[in-house]
Design a protein around this ligand. Structure first.
Ligand code: ZN
Length: 317
């Protein structure tokens, strides 16, 4: 049930819902261990020069009120659909693996062990994809929130991806590593600041910083999609009409394609986040570019079609 090799024409996908239902029965019967339900299987496809694999860091449970619809919470619940569990919703967390020649590039490292018990599973997922962490040659970050970068440094204080170089947008790096950041952030954000500064501090002598608008790695362009964080970037991959790894510029496709103006309460600057989200959706729909979202229903790949001043999400997998 897991891929054993990269094949340009094949896609391998486990239907998460069917898998979960089947696994639940087998677990109840004692055939499978409980942790088998934790992860969706790696999903593979080809984009330009890269063999792309969507891997899973697990899931995050967030209150549905994280989405501010301006007074229509029932609309949010309706749009989130099967993600909803009581007053919370289950969001996927899906880093990407890009392989080309001898390069094995990881986009975001997941949450590590210290964030939510349902997340931090990237090493299990990479193992399912047949990839050892020592084989990763480059790690490239969309932004430095816990669920995207706390999987970088292990408990021993050393990089989990020991042979990789690390790449982050300059604005994002400068924001999070500022010595006085803690004193500027509200009390409830202190844990996040400390955790991220611990992760990034361990990389300070080796991090490679890039600017937006530049080709960061061959065929990979960094786009300024700030707003979610001050230096958040998305990545456009060359090939065909192009493909944009949106990161957290669009945290849910059902909600924010239909309502790009609604607010995501983890966004640091709502106006900038909304403007960049619209720009991204406009560019993708006009150029027929494929979009990927870190937190979208697995494997999180789709197109945006313009309709009545907003967009319709057309999943591609
Ligand atoms: Zn995130």
């Amino acid at each position: 049930m897991f891929p054993t090799s990269f094949n340009s024409n094949s896609t391998i996908r486990l239907d998460r819902r069917k898998f979960m239902a089947a696994a639940a029965g087998l677990i109840a019967a004692g055939v499978l261990p409980k942790n088998v339900m934790a992860l969706a299987g790696p999903y593979m496809f080809k984009q330009g020069a890269y063999d792309v694999t969507v891997v899973s860091d697990g899931t995050l449970l967030l209150p549905t009120s994280i989405i501010d619809s301006g007074g229509k919470p029932e609309e949010v619940v309706k749009l989130l659909g099967a993600m909803v569990q009581g007053d919370k919703a289950q969001f996927e967390a899906s880093p990407l693996l890009l392989k080309s020649g001898s390069e094995m590039i990881l986009m975001d490292t997941g949450a590590g062990g210290g964030f939510q018990p349902t997340a931090g599973k990237i090493l299990e997922s990479l193992k399912s994809a047949g990839v050892d962490p020592s084989a990763i040659t480059k790690v490239i970050f969309t932004h430095a929130h816990p669920d995207h970068c706390w999987g970088t440094i292990g408990k021993d204080g050393k990089p989990v991806f020991a042979n990789a170089s690390f790449h982050m947008g300059e604005t994002e790096w400068n924001f999070w590593t500022a010595a006085d950041l803690g004193s500027k952030m509200p009390k409830e954000m202190q844990g996040m600041v400390t955790g991220t500064q611990t992760q990034l501090g361990a990389l300070k002598d080796q991090i490679m910083l890039f600017k937006t608008g530049a080709e960061v790695l061959p065929g990979i362009m960094a786009l300024d999609t700030s707003g979610h964080t001050p230096g958040h970037v998305s990545f456009e991959l060359a090939g065909g009409d192009g493909m944009i790894v949106t990161g957290d510029a669009i945290t849910n496709p059902m909600v924010f394609f239909a309502h790009p103006d609604w607010k995501f309460n983890f966004d640091a600057d709502h106006n900038t986040a909304i403007a960049n989200r619209k720009k991204l959706l406009d560019m993708a729909s006009a150029g027929k570019k494929k979009l990927l979202g870190y937190h979208w229903p697995y494997p999180g790949i789709g197109m945006a079609e313009k309709k009545d001043g907003a967009y319709v999400y057309v999943p591609q997998a």
